[in-house]
Design a protein around this ligand. Structure first.
Ligand code: ADP
Ligand code: MG
Length: 320
């Protein structure tokens, strides 16, 4: 029996916070991430990888706005920017993982190849998130500039609690990935698949059953859970920039969690231990995965992926 695993990598797989991000540094980060990801393959798992895209969509937005003011180039919509980010980051992983497989002599043996699937994630058009956009994206502006851009592009802008004004978009709940059957097929044939990047391109299904892109940002961990459950993965692993999930995080009483049951996780979640937009969706995704029949979810540091898979690092969320 083949064992399937879905691994979600965070922003630190490509760029560290406050880093400008040259192509060289993107390659360097991707190479290092590939190193950790290939170890999971060596362990005999069939692997699907998903990744975030927040910083990259912000960068694409800046490029487009600069192109507009310098040359009058049209600004693309957010779903198209999401597709660009899937190609950008997918390519980095696709090549660095390929090269790592060559280095280890695994290509053509246990692994057939590495492929990125441009993925569309379906959201519900009636999702209350559309009435209340909460996700800040892209550059910071003055109030005046923000309101001007909002009028021009039909954006919603709000003051960012950290200062300045920014665009806000809805963050609806992911329901399923359109390309799921192709993803499953590729995995079963022995490919490493990179999919649902940035949570997937948000689309809804219209009255005729056709797909339409929407301007929204889907959480990559919640979308990763949909992917993991749909392919029947044994393990859903969320790799980030912190070693474990903590209670009372950032206070003198903070306490690392090695393992928690779903009911414990729910209790801590309701008590407000996990911040919205960072650890909150990770724990929620872990809870959903196990409730949907997954064996266990793991939240760990990217550099400890291998140890975490053996229960020697990270936080495990288990049934119960
Ligand atoms: P990623 O790009 O991997 O999704 P995030 O920044 O979204 O990373 O989430 C990881 C961050 O979550 C950690 O760096 C940490 O600062 C923050 N965090 C918030 N609450 C907690 C908690 N209870 N335990 C651990 N980390 C937490
Ligand atoms: Mg995040």
């Amino acid at each position: 029996m083949e064992k399937y695993i879905v691994v979600a990598v965070g922003g630190n797989a490509f760029q560290t916070k406050n880093e400008r991000g040259s192509p060289e540094s993107y390659w360097e980060h991707a190479r290092r991430s590939a190193d950790f990801l290939v170890r999971i393959v060596e362990d005999g798992y069939r692997v699907a990888i998903t990744h975030g895209n927040g910083p990259q969509v912000g960068i694409i937005a800046e490029w487009m706005l600069a192109g507009k003011s310098a040359k009058g180039l049209p600004v693309m919509t957010l779903d198209i920017a999401g597709a660009m980010s899937q190609g950008w980051l997918g390519y980095l992983l696709q090549q660095t993982i390929y090269n790592k497989l060559i280095e280890k002599g695994l290509l053509g043996k246990s692994v057939k190849g590495v492929i990125t699937v441009i993925t569309q994630t379906v959201v519900d058009r009636g999702d209350p998130a559309f009435m209340n956009p909460t996700k800040f994206i892209g550059p910071w502006y003055s109030e005046e500039e923000a309101k001007k851009l909002a009028k021009e592009h039909g954006w919603v802008v709000k003051p960012d609690p950290r200062g300045g004004w920014r665009r806000v978009v809805p963050s609806p709940n992911p329901t399923r990935q359109i390309e799921i059957d192709a993803i499953k097929k590729l995995l079963s044939e022995g490919y490493i698949v990179i999919a649902s990047g940035g949570g997937g391109i948000p689309v809804y299904v219209d009255e005729e059953g056709k797909l339409r892109g929407v301007e929204a940002v889907i959480d990559k961990d919640l979308a990763g859970e949909r992917l993991a459950s749909a392919i029947g993965a044994e393990i859903f692993m969320i790799l980030t920039d912190i070693d474990k999930v903590y209670l009372n995080y950032g206070t003198p009483r903070q306490k690392a969690i090695d393992v928690m049951t779903v009911s414990e996780a729910k209790k801590y979640y309701e008590e407000g231990h996990f911040k919205p937009g960072s650890m909150g969706p990770k724990v929620l995704a872990a809870i959903r995965f196990v409730e949907d029949g997954g064996k266990e979810a793991i939240i760990a540091h990217l550099f400890q992926a291998y140890e975490a898979l053996r229960g020697k690092a990270g936080t495990r969320i288990v049934p119960g």
